[in-house]
Ligand binder design. Sequence first.
Ligand code: PEP
Ligand code: MG
Length: 880
Amino acid sequence: MGRRWLYRFEEGAAELLHLLGSKGAGIAELTQIGIPTPPGFVITTDACNAYYAAGRHLPEGLWEQVLEAVRGIEGRLGKRFGDPNRPLLLSVRSGAAVSMPGMMDTVLNLGLNDHVAAGIAHSLDPRFAYDAYRRLLQMFGRIVMKVPGEAFEEVLEAYKRRGPVLRQDTDLEAEELQEICERFKAIIRARAAQPFPQDPYEQLRQAITAVFDSWMGKRAVDYRRIHRIPDTLGTAVTVQAMVFGNLGPDSATGVAFTRNPATGEKRLYGEYLTQAQGEDVVAGIRTPKPLEHLQEEMPEAYAELVRIAERLERHYRDMQDIEFTIERGRLWVLQTRSGKRTGAGAIRIAVDMVQEGLIDRRAAVMRVEPELVAQLLHPTLDEAHRARAREEGRLLARGLPASPGAASGRVVFDPDEAERLSAQGERVILVRPETAPEDFHGMVAARAILTSRGGMTSHAAVVARGMGKPCVVGAEAITVDPTAQEMSAGGVRVRAGEWITVDGSTGEVYLGVLPTRDPELAGEFATFMGWADEFRRMGVRANADTPQDAQRARAFGAEGIGLCRTEHMFFTGDRIYAMREMIVATTPEERRAALARIEPLQRQDFVELFRIMDGFPVVIRTLDPPLHEFLPPDEDALRETAQRIGVSVEVLRGKVAALREANPMMGLRGCRLGILYPEITEMQARAIFEAAAACQAEGVRVEPEVMIPLVSGLNELRQQAEIVRQVAEEVQARTGQRIHYRIGTMVEVPRAALVADRIAEVAEFFSFGTNDLTQFTFGMSRDDAVRFLPRYLDQRILQEDPFQMLDREGVGQLVRMGTERGRLSRPELVVGICGEHGGEPASVKFCHRTGLDYVSCSPYRVPVARLAAAQAVLEESSGG
Ligand code: PEP
Ligand code: MG
């Protein structure tokens, strides 16, 4: 026999994850540890890759192996595929090595055709037979033969509406279902230009091919791009004997989490439906019952489920998401996997499991995705305003709290519209009766998601939790009408474009905008972050320009400020006019006079920052942006400014024209400003050192670090450092305070990295400004890249947006080189990073491996960076 393309469940092992996909490997492992699982086999991801390599043809030998494996299942169950008397029915599922919505998910009941359905109707139950058949036709038609799902839904709806009351699909009669099957076949024949295949093996072959094809479907590709999953992984295909949750009142199907995925609480948690098949629970068509009801309805099956859940959790040492079916009272586990969870859930589970002795602290720290932590830093609704909104009758509805956090936005009913509006900078909330994989792009664009139907494991809930977006599902009091572009609840109508607020932590939906509150780092979250800090070696600082930012940064555990962008201080209040006066000044004296008005205010800014950062370093960067950014943006502002600063409109307009640059990013900015106008550097240095001296006199431990931006060679830095040092000496002599300070530079143009050894002769610290370093290394403007970067990502010219995730291959070399060369001439050189990348996990890990002393990022990203820095250490010691 040639190459091996599949494994039977009893043969596959968990180590074959990459070959069997997570679903396949999971079922194989279940089988092997003795959990009751229907028999089947897995076609490997290799076969998927071979399928594409062969121009979308099943690889040689695969089909023969499938036939043999099906014979194996037939033997074990005493049933036959396509036999009307003892029919074997199969399910086919896709599954990559990582969980990935957006692919073809599942086709159930393969093996039914006119004969087999008639056979089951005769020997078992006609209602069951034709219900199963219509499900196959519907799923196969939609997923494999690409007939739009509505075509089938319309027919089904029409039947449900027959008679005096609206019925559920479980109420349809056998004869009606048989008619529906005929209509479905007709729909397929008309829409797919091919009849539904009556040959069960042809059904199986087409379903397998459809799984492979779905790997390159748009939704799957979109998902992989967002989650950075490589195309080369491929998908496996799991083929398994069917068991039935719709064989009567003692049959059911459901989903169980061994702990609550939203809160982490240790209690079996989930939902089920009696008289239903697998997809009914997640499709959101009928709202499922909470698992507690199963305890009353089927106590034995429930007890077995509890036992199995405990067993699985001990085996996998992680929270499990279990799919089960109860066929005539007998429990079958269809799959188990590590359950997706919110940030709060992940942290509580990790902390609890350490306390239960299931895992150690290392495992706990490794188990929480750094990106998930950002969710805990989501704003929550301010309680006082929540109460007021309730009194005002603005509480529209209460649904299920599917994914925590609160957000306000404009109501949008259409995912394309959500994408379009969000691209224009609008905040939108996607509102749907329920969501399906084709809505994914709209969910990505939305700030929150609201559905009127569905349970905690509906598509909307699962996807929103994965993305960390606020989400409320099953808000049944709301009627959503996407065609009319409106929704209504309790007599209140809300049209597209109106503002609502969704609180995914409580399930509440409010009319209008409600203010939110900053999150806190406390309880289990604090315990967990404390463990991360035990492992972490790199420091984590924050980029902060205001006292509020600095306070938040400390609350989130920042160990100092890694970048204070002083230019932001020039915009507050009246300072901008003094700044403009400084810009139009023609002599150093005039400039000094204007700067003198800013200086006391700037000094006060620094005093506040030093006080908040008592005992920690504060990196203050001298002025960086090109001056035109400070000038009036339009004619009105120009006139007003002219009047306020006492120059003619013509003079000011002339100045605006004179400062216009063809490429301001490469123009008069950074240290070049301080070289042309040394008065600016002098003023800023004086404000820094006077603030430091004043704070130190009060007993605050100050560690100012003065940072010169955009340096490309030693002489620029030397000249600026000289000014700073002179001012420092002067202030120290005058105040009698000896201040421990450092002078350093940003490394943000490639040349600085190349000549880092020379620059380090003067610089006592380096901070990689990877925003600029990326833009100059790629020759790609940060502001203009939006025009072409999306195309680059679409076409895989770039795998990642280099402004978000550090380009380790290129820019990373400059970081490594700059660090090494800098330390060559100054071994004690302190090296950090303060570009946006300082809060992005993969980039943080790179910084650790490169030997940086600290990362600095936005205050909200500080816990993310702390965790990533800890994981970097653990990955290093595990050789990963
Ligand atoms: C940088 O360039 O990475 C940086 C932190 O500075 P800015 O973004 O202010 O240019
Ligand atoms: Mg910069």
